[in-house]
Every structure is written in C-alpha cells, then in structure tokens.
Design a protein around this ligand. Structure first.
Ligand SMILES: Cc1cc2nc3c(=O)[nH]c(=O)nc-3n(C[C@H](O)[C@H](O)[C@H](O)COP(=O)(O)OP(=O)(O)OC[C@H]3O[C@@H](n4cnc5c(N)ncnc54)[C@H](O)[C@@H]3O)c2cc1C
Length: 477
C-alpha cells in the first residue's frame, strides 16, 4: 500500500472520505510530506440522495465533521477543497489544476467503495498520477488479510480476535505541524442537506460532530467510563462509550484509541478492546465475502426463511409503536437521536425478524437510514448475527430475545424506557415491562390508556416465538 515518500513528485492530493481527522492519519501524513498538499472532499451523489442507503441524520453529522476538519486544516495553513461529482472526474480536474503527482486516501472495505477506488486508481494511473491507499480506518492495517491456519478468512469471531490481537500495529502518525497548500484552487462551500437532495432533520443531535468533539469524548470515556465499562456496557441508559459515530466517520483513530487503552489487562480495557475487534471482524467479513451485503452468509438460509410482508407492522416497528416498551424506546431513540444502544439494537432486530417475521434487510435499510454511525459492514454483520443467518453462528433459538425479560434485566428501573417513551413516564415499575396488564383505574392513574395513549402489543411474543422456531427449523432442514 505504502510507497516511499521520496518517489512522490509534485503536489499531493489528500482525498478525505470517512477519515475526517488530522491526528494519526497515515494518508495525510504522507501527503503532507510532498512539496504542497491539496486536501479535498468530494460529494458523490451516488452515495447521497441517489445511493443505496441515503441518510439525512448521518449526512448532517458528516457535514458538521467536515466543518470541523476544514477549520483544523485552515489552522495548519491549508483548506478543505470541496467539490461535488464523480470522484474519478473531480480528482483528475484537481490534479490537472495543481499539477499533482499523487493522490492519497484511506483504504475502505465495502464492495462499492473498493470498486470505486479501483476505477479511480486506474484512471489516475493512465494520467501518470500515483494513487496510494493507506491504512487508518482500522486498528490493524488490513483486517481482511487476517487468515486462519488453513489460510482462509475467519468466519467465527473468537479465533479472529485471538489472531487479530497478535498482529503488529503500525506506528502512530503525528498530525502535521503545518501544511503547504497547493496553489490556485477555489476552496468551495460546504453544501446543506437540501442542496444534497436530502430532507432536513428537525431533532437536536445529542452527539456533537467532528474530530474535536470526538477526541474530547474519547478522553472523557477513558477517564470516566472505561473502568466500569465491563460492568455497565449493557445498560442502555448509559455505560458504553458512545464513540461509534466518531469511529464511523474517522474523527478518532481506532489505533490511537487502542494504544491509549494501554497494555494493562484490567477488565474494562480488555472488554472494550474486544468490542473494537468486532468492528474489524465485520470489516474483514464484508471484504472477504462481499455477497453478504445482499444475501445471507449462510447459504441454507438464502431464500428459505419465508419472510412475511406487513407494512403496518413494519411501520409500527419503525415508529416505536409496538406496545413493547423496550422495543419502542429503542426505535424512538433511533428516530430522534440517530443512535441506539447495542443491547437494544439486538433486541429490536430480533423482534423484527423473529417476532414480526419481517426480512432482516428491511431492518438493515432502516438502520442505515437513521443511524449516524450507520456502517455497511458493522450494520450488516449485526443484522445477520441477530437473524442467525450470518457468520459466528449459534443455533437460531439461542438468539431469540424476549423483549420483556431483556427490559427486566437491563433497564430494571425504567430509566431508559421512561426517557424515550413519554407516555409511560407515570407507569409504575411493576407494570412498566407489561403496561397492558394495568387495569382501568391503574391506566387512568398512570395517564396511560392502553390502545389510546400507548399501543396494545402488536403481537404475542410467546406465540410468535413458536412460529419463528418452526420457520427456522423448516428452512434449516
Ligand atoms: C443490528 C445491529 C446493527 C448495528 N449497526 C451498527 C452500525 O451501523 N455501525 C456501528 O458502528 N455499529 C453497529 N452495531 C454494533 C453496535 O451496536 C454499535 O457499535 C454500538 O452500539 C455503538 O455504541 P458504543 O460506541 O457505545 O459501543 P461500545 O460498546 O462502547 O464499543 C466501542 C466500539 O466498538 C465497536 N463495536 C462495539 N460492538 C460492535 C459490534 N457488535 N459490531 C461492530 N462494532 C462494534 C463500535 O465501533 C463501538 O463504538 C450494530 C449492532 C447490531 C446488533
């Protein structure tokens, strides 16, 4: 991937994509060593309004990250050059305008991104411009290159993680002291959502975007959250790092995060490092088995699971109107905040696929529409994992989450549910898991009439669980 810096001739273009930072970014470090540098970001309509997974909340987050990055680059003496169009054409134009001899970017794993990068590389090469893909999106240089003793990609997490832990890490890169800007290029203006063909988002985000905020959030987590992480991480009301949007957009370097965990073997850092490994595992799966972006990893489940189609149930799930408090809290958190806690992601995904019997791809797409951390590899991996059709297999009946017992276990005092489902604010703890069991006076006292203020359950979990077992059993035979 790397080439010797001394080979680079003329100005270098740094093409930012999902690596929106200046700290520990190998592509930027190398571009900065050229005589001058042109940092750019290209809005590609094939990924935005016209893409497979367009998302207003995620794009809004990205725009704010870009504003922060632009400021950092200005502080270093350069700017972020903003363009819109097909990267292959825009990069050639920019290279032509500044006489660039090389273009640098951070390697990505999705099938779409890899095809695009190959196309761009080929075109640049035809013009005699060197294209260089660098590590930086993951802790190891290339998660997809991690292979088993039989020289095959891993399809089970634990052995992957064991090998992954042993892989030598690259040295961290300092941010550049200053950047010499390539001359004569109009920086361009950052567009807004409407200009990009996306709807406005009305909710106020609870995540502040950008590298500056991401570094601060990581620092706070190390000082305050890490120690208790292993105990509290499953608590939806708080306890995990909430760093996923920053990792998704590269506002923080995953390697820097790992290095700063230190080498101590305390429980918090150990368990946290394992979560970071999941992210790298799914990147490896996506790159080695690109077909998973469309179909089930396990062939026996392709086209055999008899998914149902019910727009009303799908809509109730999306809007947080299922009558199951934990499900509704999670889906409303997603709607309003563009994020959801991991435990709840698992429970709502199980509910969609194993209680409502709706296709996991419906859930995958909805998550991608709303999540600010929406990541093709992690999201697909998470959905296939919960649906029991992906890598890291466990029998399907071991991954059928009961929304009521999950709530009892992980939100016993209703802190999370009451926060997101306002109608349940006055429902007492004894009824909060099954509000439909309140009698009429209790409903009136709690200002929560079932079927009026808050929905009755849209399905019966025990019944649907039995049906799901039959469905999976039939498919697996
Ligand atoms: C159905 C489903 C869909 C998901 N979609 C996404 C997605 O689009 N983007 C995304 O980043 N994560 C996704 N996840 C994984 C996980 O839910 C989030 O990474 C996590 O909730 C983020 O919260 P956190 O930063 O507080 O996590 P922490 O618990 O603090 O973990 C630290 C970091 O490790 C990584 N991580 C943790 N768990 C996982 C995991 N299971 N898979 C991959 N990476 C993980 C994330 O980058 C996370 O920020 C999904 C999980 C499920 C079950």
């Amino acid at each position: 991937m790397h080439s010797e810096t001394s080979e680079l001739k003329g100005p270098a273009i740094m093409w930012f994509r999902r690596d929106l930072r200046i700290h520990d970014l190998p592509a930027l470090a190398e571009a900065a060593s050229a005589p001058s540098v042109l940092p750019c970001f290209i809005f590609d309509d094939r990924l935005l309004g016209r893409g497979r997974f367009p998302s207003s909340p995620r794009t809004r987050f990205m725009l704010a990250c870009l504003a922060d990055l632009r400021q950092s680059l200005r502080d270093l003496g350069a700017d972020l050059i903003v363009r819109r169009g097909d990267p292959e054409r825009v990069l050639l134009d920019l290279a032509d305008a500044c006489g660039a001899g090389s273009v640098h970017w951070t390697a990505d794993v999705s099938p779409w991104a890899r095809k695009r990068d190959q196309r761009v590389s080929d075109l640049l090469a035809q013009q005699g411009i060197t294209a260089l893909a660098h590590p930086g999106n993951y802790i190891v240089d290339d998660p997809a290159a991690i292979r088993s003793g039989q020289d095959r990609p891993y399809t089970v997490f634990s052995p992957f993680a064991k090998t992954w832990r042993e892989i030598e890490r690259r040295p961290m890169e300092d941010p550049p002291d200053q950047l010499v800007p390539a001359p004569g290029t109009d920086p361009g203006r950052l567009p807004d959502l409407a200009e990009l063909g996306l709807d406005e988002v009305s909710s106020v985000p609870s995540f502040e975007a950008g590298e500056t905020a991401g570094r601060e959030a990581a620092r706070k987590f190390r000082n305050q959250g890490l120690e208790s992480y292993s105990k509290l991480r499953n608590n939806p009301a708080g306890g995990s790092s909430r760093l996923s949007p920053y990792l998704r957009w590269g506002c923080i370097s995953p390697l820097e995060l790992e290095v700063k965990l230190g080498l101590e073997q305390a429980e918090g850092p150990r368990v946290f490092r394992a979560q970071l490994a999941w992210r790298e595992f799914y990147a490896s799966v996506m790159q080695n088995f690109p077909e998973v972006s469309r179909v089930e990893f396990q062939e026996r489940y392709r086209g055999t699971l008899n998914w149902q189609s019910d727009d009303e149930l799908l809509e109730a799930w999306k809007r947080g109107q299922t009558g199951y408090p934990l499900i509704d809290a999670g889906m409303r958190e997603l709607l309003e905040d563009g994020w959801m806690h991991n435990r709840v992601r698992m429970v709502v995904a199980s509910f969609l696929t194993k209680d409502l019997h709706l296709d996991w791809r419906e859930g995958e797409a909805w998550f991608m529409e709303r999540l600010i951390d929406g990541d093709v590899a992690s999201n697909n991996g998470g959905w296939q994992w919960v649906t029991s059709v992906g890598t890291d297999p466990k029998p399907y009946f071991q991954r059928m989450f009961n929304p009521m017992t999950q709530q009892e276990k992980f939100d016993p005092h209703g802190e999370y549910v009451r926060r997101w489902v306002g109608e349940l604010a006055d429902v007492g703890d004894q009824h909060l898991v099954r509000p439909w069991t309140m009698d009429e006076p209790q409903q009136i006292a709690a200002k929560c009439r079932i079927g009026v203020d808050y929905p009755a359950p849209v399905i019966d979990h025990a019944e649907e669980r039995r049906f799901a077992v039959e469905r999976y059993r039939a498919a697996a035979e």
